[in-house]
Design a protein around this ligand. Sequence first.
Ligand SMILES: *[C@@H]1O[C@H](CO)[C@@H](O)[C@H](O)[C@H]1NC(C)=O
Ligand SMILES: *[C@@H]1O[C@H](CO)[C@@H](O)[C@H](O)[C@H]1NC(C)=O
Ligand SMILES: *[C@@H]1O[C@H](CO)[C@@H](O)[C@H](O)[C@H]1NC(C)=O
Length: 466
Amino acid sequence: MSRTHRRILLCVWIFCITSLVVGVEDIQREDECADLNTTTWMEYRQQRVKLRVQYLLLTRRNMDCAEMFDQESLTETQLRPSYFNISRPTKVIIHGYRALGSKPSWVKQLTRALLGAQDVNVLVVDWVYGASFAYNLVVENYKEVAVQISVLINQLQKHGCKLESFHFIGVSLGAHVAGFVGTLFDGKIGRITGLDPAGPMFKGADTFDRLDPSDALFVDAIHTDSDYFGISIPVGHVDFFLNGGKDQTGCARSRFASILVYFPVYGYVICDHMRALHVYMSALNSSCPLVGIPCFSYEDFLQGRCLDCDVFKGTCPTIGLSENSGIAISSVHKEQKLFLLTTSSAPFCSHHILLQMEVSPLDKSAEVEVTLTTESLGTEQRLRLQKDTTVYRTVLSHPVALCEIDTITLKNTGARFYRQGDIHVKSVCLSEFPSLRREQPLCVNNIGISRGAPWSHDFVQVCDTF
Ligand SMILES: *[C@@H]1O[C@H](CO)[C@@H](O)[C@H](O)[C@H]1NC(C)=O
Ligand SMILES: *[C@@H]1O[C@H](CO)[C@@H](O)[C@H](O)[C@H]1NC(C)=O
Ligand SMILES: *[C@@H]1O[C@H](CO)[C@@H](O)[C@H](O)[C@H]1NC(C)=O
């Protein structure tokens, strides 16, 4: 054997041994840490939709390595004691419909965010087997999943867990699974949070069959795709409708997306639907508050008709884990629609600024572009001015607080078909809401804006830190 041959042989050996060792390590790691199941179309067809529900447990002591959890996990005969701590509250995460049988990719992120915020037990309900492929068959499964979960909860109660210490977080269809678990326990579960609760086949359903405020002591929901995959009616004590609850900033329009649902661009299509989850995870980080303002409709909200939280004694409900979303609930507060505007990426928080403008009567309709700027950030809004209207109110979403806005610019953008003359603005005022301090609005009076010559004004102001 030549020297070269020997070298090659040696290299092959090293390669084999390395891969063997790495392989063994892999197997061990998989052995120790549980994971969500996945299924394929082939398996699905062979199994004939057998429902399989399993549970993963994560706590601060095993953040990165889930433990398989079942009814037997707390019995004393177990080889290894479970990480489950009976004296701590429990969060139960329930995923929704899995079109392609894959496991949900966000579970780790949500679990980490929850454990970062609170020292709790996190149980992840894995029902991928029952949640995949045909939506209508999946909907048939959801109550059976709830029944199986209730068996586990009963068992945990026997070990000393209190019903009110359970907080279910259900995504899409998972929200209705949580709702049915709540029904089975007569609404005595502590809390249910629905993240864009599923709409198709549920909107017209009886409250028995869908998530509703009677399912838990407190029910909150975030709506982000209520015209498509989400439900458009309020289902909790408080219901946050983000940007009106239908279309989210930075996502493709649903009208367009509905054509694409038949093509493999699922992630793109469900952008609106999954926004509820992403906003919720971001809120758990609590980098900035996401507060909802009660209002009858989104149109009313955008016209600045709802500026305070007086129905909640002045405290606005906040997205996240604070008890009862930060409000004192009473029987009055049920199915309360709350509105808020968000930005298109994390942390999503936006400031609500009311723009009020009064103009002298016009002889023709016109258009004005309003821009608010802070350093490099700008927010634009076009206002259509009508012949007979002189007072305008509109709500703008701005990434920073009113006190940080440097400049307001008004531009007479003209009309398409005729030469537009000058516009006389009697006053333009900005105020931020909801504001407990009821600051004076920032106003500029008596402005003439001619075509082609934008007007702008610099504000000299500082943010007080009280
Ligand atoms: C999926 O679940 C089945 C039965 O519960 C189990 O045999 C299988 O190992 C699981 N697969 C994974 C990847 O966890
Ligand atoms: C269980 O939780 C309680 C209350 O938070 C704590 O005092 C106790 O140390 C925990 N037990 C274990 C084994 O971590
Ligand atoms: C939460 O904050 C951490 C660090 O502050 C960041 O890495 C993570 O991406 C944030 N998660 C979400 C969901 O915003």
